[in-house]
Design a binder for this molecule. Structure first.
Ligand code: MGD
Ligand code: MGD
Ligand code: MO
Length: 705
């Protein structure tokens, strides 16, 4: 109310970590009606850069699913589907069959769980994925292994892709792709296996073998791009280069290939506009606290400059009061002061906010800085909501329902709490939010919600109505009504409509773009916003590409902080099979089963060092060590392990909590158990998507303590 009185509603901020799809009530509608532009999600500390490649080649900003049971070759980049990535449950279930049917090649600096069971492990030097990807593309073209029904062919059928030679564009007729010859001329023609071997640290024969195996399997040849190559300072173009292989072999949208998500028919909440008064409208117009859209932070999600979040940079926005100070903030289901690189900045930023609220199930490093902690229901057993998933060629919309009675007095974060806040605001003279929420009527009875409990249920029924109301039926499973839907708990889509997007992709040309007109338009629009050239945008965002190369998938050498002499190793960050992001460390099973992850030890937090390197340092397994990067340090245990290449050190993310419960820290509030990787990861960005860089981003040194 004070913010409203002083015309400062923009100084209110909402931070979102994980969520259900009732999120827009708290995240979007409440923030807008209060009058702030500052709804900041966690997306860009998650995996936004991974979506960059698929978007700027085939017009899809989202996670893919993979038709693994029909694939003949699966090439995985920094994704470990038996342990992390998405739908571990489904892929683990079918992987036994997949291993028998398909050749599996894993590009990973670390011997992951999936690499341990693969036909090929390509232990690449961190950040050099782009080089391998363009070399594979080069080989596919030179050997004539591209998939002609998708890409097209030379009009006379003679393959003119000869190493080192440019090709006349007019002699090639493309079908469902755009710019293959230009891509060859601008980037691929000299990128031989031998060229890539030096850069990637992989044998040329292996590169050749994998490329040929992959090409011979076309179109049932998946290039599966995980966060590893993408969540890097120059990872946007690696994301494009790795994903573009799917275009060359015709695997995009195809049987045994890489798929987008199936259609689902959930709806949107009522629009907030008529409940936004003059104060709110004015407040919302301010620049966002994460500074997205500035010259060095294009965040061109879905083609639009400044449309993606730059989560981790919000800490700097708050700290520097740039563009202004934040006075009131709510965070829910997030823990940025642990989970974001250089969390020490968040500690200072959160300390600076005069009134901070955390909605959480348990104390965390974020709660530590909060003035008020609002206890939430547990999302798995106590909350109304829904989630969406893909993986096996179907879309599933799954209901989250209260299945146990609350033990204590706590409220649902995304529905009940905003309702209760709306009631209080109304009592204090501002009823716009409550009036807005009252329009979320029960679709069955037309009744407006009278309290927070009814609101939570009606909101869910409202946005899922198309799934359960037979009179609104649009496809997939059919139900007789809410009662049946809530009993069954999940709606399944129709099967995947293969090849429906061929010639019909959401790119500028409708084609799979090897020369991305879509990216060109986005970069030009960002450049125009700032009155500069695209080359200047490339420079400001730390990319090396100039001219036309900015519009194609291409290799860029990684941007890694730290002088090689002082910091001899590159850090390789990864998740545990047992991680739920940063949330598992207070569970005994996390430590009791930790050796499920290759190279890990029970009840320890180990840095996995190649024995060749460890011996040189005089470090033995079990030694306590301090790892230091240019921006911080942590303490953990050393482990000799041949599953990392010399010159790299792999350490799992997840431990190092200092305020997350009795077990997660050695002494709550004081001494962490293990070390938090983010303490050594610098706050750096893949600026085109706004993503935080985790991989290939820092060098480290190790000393025995
Ligand atoms: N078990 C488990 N599964 C999860 C999660 C979890 O916490 N635990 N979280 C879920 C969430 S929120 C997300 S966003 C996804 C993320 O899933 P993924 O995008 O698959 O990414 P991560 O598992 O974080 O790991 C990145 C991988 O890249 C590798 N890597 C590191 N550097 C490089 C490099 O330079 N090149 C290459 N090629 N690889 C590199 C690491 O070894 C690691 O295996 O996972 C989801 N699934
Ligand atoms: N170094 C490194 N850093 C990483 C990653 C990595 O692989 N390596 N992974 C990144 C990824 S992919 C992601 S998605 C982010 C995740 O980062 P965040 O979005 O910050 O999420 P978490 O760290 O999982 O913390 C969520 C917090 O929500 C609270 N909580 C738990 N359950 C509930 C609930 O049911 N309701 C509510 N309201 N609150 C709850 C707890 O306080 C918990 O700490 O971390 C990123 N950080
Ligand atoms: Mo994530």
């Amino acid at each position: 109310m004070e913010l409203r009185d002083n015309d400062e509603t923009h100084k209110y901020m909402l931070m979102r970590g994980r969520y259900s799809y009732l999120r827009d009530i708290l995240y979007d509608r409440m923030t807008k009606i209060i009058g702030s532009p500052n709804n900041i999600s966690h997306s860009s500390i998650c995996a936004e850069a991974e979506k960059f490649g698929p978007y700027y080649t085939e017009g899809y900003w989202g996670y893919r699913q993979y038709d693994v049971l029909k694939a003949h070759y699966i090439l995985l980049w920094g994704a470990d589907p038996l342990a992390a990535n998405r739908q571990v449950s489904y892929y683990s279930k079918v992987w036994g069959d997949v291993v028998g049917k398909a050749t599996i090649a894993i590009v990973e600096p670390r011997l992951s769980a999936s690499a341990g069971k693969a036909d090929e492990w390509l232990p690449i030097i961190p950040g050099q994925d782009g080089a391998l990807a363009v070399a594979i593309a080069h080989i596919l073209l030179v050997q004539g292994l591209w998939y002609r029904p998708f890409v097209g062919d030379f009009t006379d059928g003679v393959n003119r892709f000869v190493p080192g030679k440019t090709v006349d564009e007019s002699g090639f007729e493309e079908i469902y792709t755009h710019g293959v010859v230009r891509w060859w001329n601008l980037e691929l023609k000299d990128k031989t296996a031998e060229w890539a071997a030096d850069i990637t640290g992989l044998p040329a024969e292996q590169i050749q073998r994998v490329a040929e195996g992959y090409g011979n399997a076309a179109p049932h040849a998946i290039s599966w791009v995980g966060g590893g190559p993408c969540m890097q300072v120059r990872g946007g173009y690696s994301s494009m280069a790795c994903h573009a292989l799917n275009g060359l072999v015709g695997a995009a949208d195809n049987v045994g290939g890489t798929l987008v998500s199936n259609k689902e028919y959930t709806g949107k909440f009522p629009a907030p506009d008529e409940f936004m008064d003059e104060i709110a409208k004015k407040g919302k117009k301010h620049e966002k606290i994460d500074q997205r859209g500035r010259l060095h932070l294009p965040a061109i999600k879905s083609g639009k400059p400044g449309s993606g979040v730059v989560t981790n940079n919000a800490a700097d926005g708050i700290l520097n009061e740039d563009p202004y100070d934040i006075k009131v903030a709510i965070g829910y289901m997030n823990n940025f002061s642990f989970s974001a690189p250089q969390p020490e900045r968040w500690e200072r930023a959160l300390s600076k906010i005069p009134f901070l609220v955390h909605i959480t199930t348990n104390a965390s490093e974020f709660s530590w800085f909060s003035d008020i902690v609002l206890p939430d229901t547990h999302h798995m057993f106590e909350k109304w909501g829904y989630v969406k998933s893909i993986g096996n060629g179907y879309r599933h919309v799954t209901l989250m329902q209260p299945i146990v009675k609350n033990v204590w007095d706590y409220k649902i974060d995304e529905t009940e709490i905003p309702w209760l806040i709306a009631e209080k605001l109304a009592q204090k003279g501002f009823d716009n939010l409550l009036r807005h929420f009252q329009t979320y009527q029960d679709p069955e009875t037309g009744k407006a919600p009278a309290d927070e409990k009814e609101f939570a249920l009606y909101a869910l029924k409202l946005v899922t109505q198309n799934l359960w109301d037979p009179s609104q039926y649009k496809g997939g499973d059919k139900f007789s009504g809410w009662e049946e839907f809530s009993k069954i708990g999940v709606w399944n889509s129709d099967p995947y409509p293969f090849r429906k997007r061929w010639g019909n992709m959401k790119t500028k040309t409708g084609m799979f773009e090897f020369y991305s007109e879509t990216l060109k338009a986005a970069l030009q629009s960002h450049a125009a916003n700032h009155g500069v050239t695209v080359n200047e945008v490339m420079k400001a965002t730390n990319y090396l590409a100039r001219g036309e190369t900015a519009f194609i998938p291409h290799y860029e050498e990684p941007f890694t902080l730290g002088d090689e002499k002082e910091y001899p190793f590159v850090h390789v960050d990864h998740k545990s099979r047992l991680n739920r992001e940063g949330r598992s460390a207070n569970c005994t099973w996390y430590y009791d089963f930790k050796d499920l992850d290759p190279g890990e030890e029970l009840w320890a937090d180990v840095a996995k060092i190649n024995p060749i390197d460890a011996r040189k340092l005089g470090i033995e397994s079990g030694d306590r060590i301090k790892i230091t990067s240019p921006t911080g340090s942590l303490i953990c245990t050393a482990k000799h392990w041949e599953g990392v290449r010399p010159g790299t050190v792999a350490k799992c993310f997840g431990q190092g909590h200092w305020a997350y419960g009795r077990l997660a820290s050695e002494e709550f509030g004081k001494k962490p158990r293990g070390g938090n990787n983010n303490d050594i990861i610098p706050a750096q960005y893949e600026a085109l998507s706004g993503s935080s860089a985790y991989y290939g981003v820092t060098r480290i040194k190790i000393v025995k303590i």
